[in-house]
Design a protein around this ligand. Structure first.
Ligand code: 5AD
Ligand code: SF4
Length: 473
């Protein structure tokens, strides 16, 4: 018997890359590759890259430098593939800049990996003849990507991402996504449901539907009808075994009334919404081509809160967009004060080649961006700390996900994606537990289990008995 070949995939960037990495791993599992945890150990290394900000893209080249050094030291040849958004954006440039690379493959071509690897192998050590595949092929890669095995699903734990939509047609002036991931494409409902059923069958309890503009989802169902995200979430929530649904990342313009109603009607839809706003200044929002102003954002927040009073929001912010004045930035702080976020990501504006904002007047110096991001982050950190502190004494349903740091501990997630440490046996992983939150620290909450699917006393559980039985069986 030949030794299985070893595969190491490292993902940078967003959840879509995490999902893509899994699908690449599933594809290559069929070719006899097994996963390994270290790059040094692997026969094939795939860097699944992100191009969203300059720093993210630079990380790839430093990682490639490290790989080259370790290969030289070990006197060993590995096949190296660059996948993801840097691959799409830079194509053959990568081969010029990093001679360790054998293969460059864009996000729409992962299904071709086995044949591309075979081609690269056939070229042997002639590295100057690296292969580049960055077309947007006519076929849908999802039709060719094999599903994960049951064992692979179980290994990945009780939560899973499912890509439902890819690409973006919004063309925010700062953003590379429309160029790296292409136009918006939604997967058909039946294919998504098949995938969710399969995941649930492997023990998954929570799915996060992902897309670059996920609430722009418009797929067709079996009857040829157009289905929006709200209806998709309803159908996913009905899959036996699935207890929780989330979606990310949304655009404020696509928060339609049906989706807001889903937040009202579906207990399985978690009350935590990531809704990037980027700026609180109407002038900057216009220059960003966000297609909404701050008033629309406030109106949406209000509507969603009315529909689901326990909802909490997180968001993305960019500081130092070209032309952003002190007043504009003050408007961003003011928006944050008015909304109150439970979590958020803030970024310094990073000029991306080929985007309209890269050639705008008024590019700001680094020190201005730094001062602003510190001020904004401090405010967001205070809000997050206040939100977490207010969770002390609350009773949450927690999905138990994995062992904790110490024996006898498990880590689960609250509805708000906070890590929650509890004492419970490993057999309880994958079940919902009812927890009284006792302690709050900067990284996690901890508390006592008072009931749940695995535990004798089912007080207050709102899931159907059928689902509980299925998990405990
Ligand atoms: N510079 C800084 N941040 C950016 N983002 C997207 N493009 C840029 C850029 N050019 C941020 C946005 C987006 C998140 C995924 O990354 O806030 O919501
Ligand atoms: Fe990065 Fe955007 Fe690509 Fe995700 S889609 S990896 S955020 S560039």
């Amino acid at each position: 018997m030949t030794e299985p070949r070893k595969l190491y995939v490292r993902s940078f960037g967003c959840q879509m890359n995490v999902y893509d990495a899994q699908r690449m791993t599933d594809t290559l599992a069929r070719e006899g590759y097994v996963e390994t945890d270290t790059a040094e150990d692997a026969d094939l290394v795939i860097l699944n890259t992100c191009h969203i900000r300059e720093k993210a893209a630079e990380k790839v080249y430093s990682e490639l430098g490290r790989l080259r050094k370790s290969q030289e030291e070990a006197g060993r040849r590995q096949m190296v593939a660059v996948a993801g958004c840097v691959a799409q954006a830079e194509g053959a440039e990568i081969l010029k800049r990093a001679r360790t690379v054998d293969l460059v493959v864009g996000p729409q071509s992962y299904h071709k990996l086995p044949e591309l690897i075979a081609q690269a192998e056939a070229r042997g050590s002639n590295r100057r003849a690296g292969i580049v595949e960055t077309e947007f092929p006519v076929e849908d890669k999802f039709d060719f990507l094999p599903p994960p095995s049951r064992a692979a699903i179980a290994k990945r734990g009780p939560t899973a991402f499912v890509t439902v939509q890819e690409g973006c047609d919004k063309f925010c002036t700062f953003c590379v996504v429309p160029y790296t991931r292409g136009a918006e494409v939604s997967r058909p409902v039946a294919k998504i449901l098949d995938e969710v059923i399969r995941l649930a069958d492997g023990g998954v309890r929570e799915v996060t539907l992902i897309g670059q503009n996920v609430n722009g989802y418009h797929g067709v169902d079996a009857g040829g009808r157009d289905v929006g995200l709200a209806e998709l979430v309803r159908r996913v929530a009905q899959v036996p075994g699935i207890a929780r649904v989330r979606y990310t990342t949304s655009h404020p313009r696509d928060m339609d009334d049906d989706l807001i109603a889903a937040h009202r009607d579906l207990p399985a839809l978690m009350p935590y919404l990531h809704l990037p706003v980027q700026s609180g200044s109407n002038r900057v929002l216009a220059a960003m081509n966000r297609r909404h102003d701050r008033e629309l954002f406030f109106a949406i927040v209000e509507k969603v809160r009315a529909a689901r009073p326990d909802i909490a929001f997180s968001s993305d912010f960019i500081v130092g967009f070209p032309g952003e004045t002190d007043e504009d930035f003050a408007d961003t702080l003011d928006l944050v004060e008015k909304v109150g976020f439970a979590g958020a990501f803030s970024f310094k504006y990073s000029s991306r080649p080929g985007t309209p904002a890269a050639s705008m007047d008024g590019q700001l110096p680094e020190d201005v961006k730094s001062a602003r991001i510190h001020a904004l982050q401090a405010l967001l950190d205070r809000q997050k700390a206040a939100f977490d502190a207010a969770c002390r004494g609350r009773r949450f349903e927690i999905l138990l996900e994995k062992p904790g740091r110490f024996p006898g501990q498990l880590i689960g997630r609250s509805p708000y994606l906070q890590s929650v440490v509890v004492e419970a046996p490993v057999e309880a992983i994958g079940t919902l537990a009812l927890v009284d939150v006792r302690e709050v620290s900067t990284k996690s909450l901890s508390g006592d289990i008072v009931g749940g699917e695995f535990f004798a006393d089912n007080v207050g559980m709102n899931r159907s008995a059928r689902q509980s039985e299925k998990v405990e069986a």
